[in-house]
Design a protein around this ligand. Structure first.
Ligand code: TYD
Length: 208
């Protein structure tokens, strides 16, 4: 591990991006690589990752009911609060890597950027839910929304939104990355998976 890299010491890493960007695949591959190096790793997903969170996930992602934007934001934040309390904070305290398939940055992109809620309010809501525990690093896997949506098999309630919604989400992720360059690693996720994994490992200082 190269602790001199710009992310030396980072342990809580978020994987973010639009639908079909490959977050789960890349997070899994990075976790495998770290485990092969003898590191302890916890891989989580949002919404969900805990029993309570998975029940909230069901409400959020099944179709057949309307969820008001503020209720949607609050439910994502509630699922996240449970995950932070149960899993993320204890793991960080033990020096374990936490790789998260989505985090509060998805709420900033989807509920603020996509749904149009005020970004300051979504930030504040999540800061409370997270008890201030934001990821050290956000890996933004960048792909054109159309390409990502084509990679998807069947969408959930939010994945099924029209392309214009996903374009707003993608633009919001780009804005977030531009406004926090010290926290973001931006990777072209239309490249082959091996190349994406290598780029992420290099940026994190795990390989040279
Ligand atoms: P996810 O299970 O990661 O789906 P996918 O792998 O298809 O991207 O996320 C489920 C959906 O929930 C996805 O459409 C993004 C959305 N979402 C939000 O709108 N806000 C959030 O805070 C999170 C975590 C996810």
């Amino acid at each position: 591990m190269d602790d001199r890299s710009r992310f030396g010491g980072a342990r809580y890493v978020a994987f973010e991006g639009v639908e079909g960007a490959g977050k789960s695949t890349i997070a899994r591959r990075v976790a495998d690589f770290l485990e092969e190096l003898g590191e302890r790793v916890v891989l989580v997903r949002e919404p969900g990752g805990t029993e309570v969170g998975e029940r909230i996930r069901d409400i959020l992602l099944t179709t057949g009911h309307e969820v008001a934007p503020r209720a949607e934001a609050a439910l994502f934040a509630a699922s996240r609060a449970q995950l932070i309390a149960e899993t993320v904070s204890p793991a960080i305290a033990e020096g374990v890597w936490v790789l998260s398939d989505r985090t509060a940055y998805s709420s900033l992109a989807y509920q603020a950027g996509g749904r149009g809620l005020d970004i300051g309010e979504v930030f504040a809501l999540n800061d409370i839910a997270l008890a201030g525990v934001w990821p050290d690093v956000v890996v933004l896997l960048r792909v054109e929304p159309r390409v990502g949506l084509e990679r998807q098999s069947g969408g959930d309630r939010i994945g099924n939104e029209e392309t214009a919604f996903h374009e707003k989400v993608a633009a919001a992720f780009d804005d977030l990355a531009a406004s926090e360059p010290d926290r973001f690693i931006v990777v072209d996720a239309s490249a082959p998976v091996d190349d994406v994994v290598r780029a992420v490992l290099a940026e994190l200082g795990i390989v040279r």
